[in-house]
Design a protein around this ligand. Sequence first.
Ligand SMILES: *Cc1c(COP(=O)(O)O)cnc(C)c1O
Length: 409
Amino acid sequence: MINMSAGQTMMTPSCLRALSGQMETPIYYPAYWDIEEETLALSQRLLGTGSDVLFLAGSATFGEEAALRSTMEPGDKIVVVNAGVFGQVAVDLVSIVGCTPIEIKVPHGSRVDLAEVERALRADGVRGFFAVHVETSTGTAYPLAELGALARSRGILFLVDAVSSVGGTAFRMDEWGVDVAITSPQKCLSGPQGIAVVAVSDRAWKAVAAKKTANNSLCLDLTVWKRYHDTKVRAMNQAWRDDAHEPHVAGRAKHEPSPSGPLVRGFHGALADLFNEGIDHFRRRHEVSAKAVREAVRALGLRLVAQEEEIASAVVTVFYLPAGIYEKDFRVRLLKDWGVAIGNGEIGPNNVRVGTMGVGAQPRFVLPTIQALESTLRSLGHQFDPGAGLRAAESVFAANRDINWSRVS
Ligand SMILES: *Cc1c(COP(=O)(O)O)cnc(C)c1O
């Protein structure tokens, strides 16, 4: 089978090896601490940041909720760009933690109006700004550099859902003025599902420290995860190296939540493969693979949700099916007849999503997927020039000779 979904992607070879290794020690030994430290350093490079990066146990959404709970005060106003399902999740989370969302509604697949964002951020009492980098439900990318500049000019904390974008899209946390970035290994990084990666700027830590209201959560508290890393990993590792006593940690409960040792090891493997290939090469093959899918979709006479080529994402392509075809029926056919799994239609019953994430972003997976799409569309009565999709995709790959596909793990 081929997994071309937009999450829980196929995993890299080193990730798979790491996941199948024995748990020779629990996570309270240097063997694990060294891996966690290395994974952290690689994550900082990936995200373009010198700030703290935390590995919470849980899916990416845990990281989003923890970020809001830890940095915001109940009653705070937070401007949220809502351009699809994940924008809506952010709006809902803002309310769940007791804050007030100010929504900027963006039609599916459209650009965000920067003037509207600027006006919204200027309203009285706005403390936070939340944006989704790539809205995975529509396959549309949003301009973080511009959005970050607007947040910075108002001194407002900038929180970013970068779950699906990181790896397949350039991400420069410090340069763009992002305060909290949330991502996870199971999208473009082709690592295991179950870790929320949360990067936290110094400005965000100041907001955490200044908070007057208790967080009321142990597991979704960024300070707990930072304390875990600083004391139970970094200081303990040093104590082992120095042959010293275990350092005393003030304020820590007897037991606090733990990261998942096996998953951090798997994530480490995935990042090792990414940096071995080279981060620019890795990103380029996402751009080219997604472009190949888009050109194929157009050649088949179908319409993309992303309304302009410039804002179409490099990690997932979302398109409308011919009238009358229900997305689930289409995916069932694709899976049963060809062993190809794609993403469901999240914005309605008439669209599907083809991920070009991590391992999947290569011709050896993209081309069979397009063949399966063509065959399934034909069997459902859609009219098009047979082979047009494959030819369009092939010519995109042929035109981008800077990529050396043999470098991919
Ligand atoms: C997948 C995804 C999420 C949710 O991730 P989980 O790990 O399932 O919690 C959030 N935001 C975006 C943009 C995503 O693509």
